[in-house]
Design a protein around this ligand. Structure first.
Ligand SMILES: *Cc1c(COP(=O)(O)O)cnc(C)c1O
Length: 375
């Protein structure tokens, strides 16, 4: 008997995406200008509580674009969490600046604000906080700290589209916020990204750099070195449809995660992602910690058993200071290390039916029994 296989992520594409995509295609506006791009930037800015949105080719270049536009360069230091996707650190490196890693908080899994304060030095220019697994960082404290030290605050919200902190939406919580629309993100165009801000000068600077640095009033005149970081109108057509359906997609993903939390956390091995008061987490990927703090190997055993049962999962990110390009970084990251050893993501996408969820829950339960028997 063959068993159904469940991927960890899958885009939610409907007839609306198909219709807009075909419309863009037939219009001939398939490159980096067109009505869907204008509409997407306008609607995305509005939904994210900002005055401007600058669409980009992906989430990594969105991060680089905003740091470059803020003038981050050689000799500068930018504080980032040790537990994040590699793009957060690389975007700092692309600027010729140095990422300074700090540990995360066990309460939110996001950058620890006290540790940010201790890491600030004479070369510090900016902080990039990451809304890990959909949970916003503590922007109330981060904004106050950055204001006190004159630092630029970026939110890497690649995983937190739709999240809220004290009724303010993700996209409006920092000086600028970056998003990703990669295939496994909450809304997607396959590849894509965006930066939101309410600083019009920063938005203009990003638009200039996104388009090779070309003077918007003088063709082929390049006052600065820029980049080709543009998004296509085809991708924007998909994103316009995804944005219209965002509430529906988010509601279903919320239900998927709530179901796992209800059905699996009676098992002592599965600890759900903590959510702080005042936070509405974005349902990116259902995230659990396997075993008690310090447990080593149980998570990997669970991943292997689930793989054999047809359930694809993901381990949490490898701590960035443990990766070869950043191994010089000194510092201790005990929370990051523990989360990275115990964290697992389960399949999370809007098209999982109630029956699919029941099948997955049953398989996770039986895998947990096997893992518990061996621990
Ligand atoms: C996905 C992701 C990115 C990068 O996005 P791409 O669109 O894949 O370049 C950046 N930061 C975080 C935290 C992410 O999860």
């Amino acid at each position: 008997m063959t068993i159904d296989r469940y991927p960890v992520a899958r885009p939610a594409l409907s007839e609306l995406e198909e219709r807009y995509l075909l419309d863009a295609y037939r219009s001939g506006w398939i490159s980096s200008q067109g009505p869907y791009l204008r509409k997407f930037e306008e609607q995305f800015a509005q939904r994210c509580g900002s005055t401007a949105a600058v669409a980009t080719g992906n989430g990594t270049v969105a991060l680089h674009l905003v740091l470059a536009a803020a003038g981050i360069g050689p000799g500068d230091e930018v504080i980032v969490p040790a537990l994040t996707y590699i793009a957060t650190a690389n975007s700092v490196t692309y600027c010729g600046a140095r990422p300074i890693f700090v540990d995360v908080s066990p309460q939110s899994w996001c950058i620890d604000v006290d540790q940010v304060a201790s890491a600030i030095g004479p070369r510090t220019r900016a902080v990039v906080a990451v809304d890990l697994y959909g949970h916003p960082a503590d922007y109330t404290a981060l904004r106050a700290l950055c204001a006190r030290h004159g630092l630029f605050l970026v939110a890497d919200a690649a995983e937190s589209f739709g999240a809220r902190l004290n009724d303010q939406v993700s996209g409006s919580l920092a000086d600028a916020t970056t998003f990703s629309f990669f295939g496994n993100k909450i809304i997607t165009a396959g590849e894509g990204g965006c930066v939101t801000t309410s600083d019009p000068a920063l938005a203009d600077r990003m638009r200039l750099l996104r388009n090779q640095g070309m003077d918007p009033h003088r063709r082929y005149f390049f006052p600065v070195i820029g980049y080709n970081y543009r998004l296509t109108n085809l991708a924007a057509a998909l994103l316009c449809a995804q944005l219209e359906r965002a509430d529906e997609i988010i509601a279903r993903r919320d239900t998927v995660i709530a179901t796992y939390e209800r059905e699996l956390t009676a098992q002592p091995l599965m600890n759900p992602q903590p959510v702080l008061p005042g936070v509405q987490r974005a349902p990116w990927m259902a995230s659990f910690l396997v075993g008690q703090p310090g447990a080593n190997g149980l998570r990997d055993e669970l991943i292997r058993r689930l793989e054999a049962l047809g359930i694809e999962t993901r381990p949490f990110f490898v701590p960035i200071p443990h990766l070869p390009p950043y191994a010089r970084a000194s510092g201790e990251y005990p929370i990051t290390l523990d989360l990275a050893r115990r964290g697992i993501n389960l399949p999370t996408y809007a098209e999982l039916s109630d029956i699919d969820l029941k099948v997955i829950v049953d398989r996770v339960r039986s895998a947990l029994v096997q893992v518990a028997g061996r621990s």
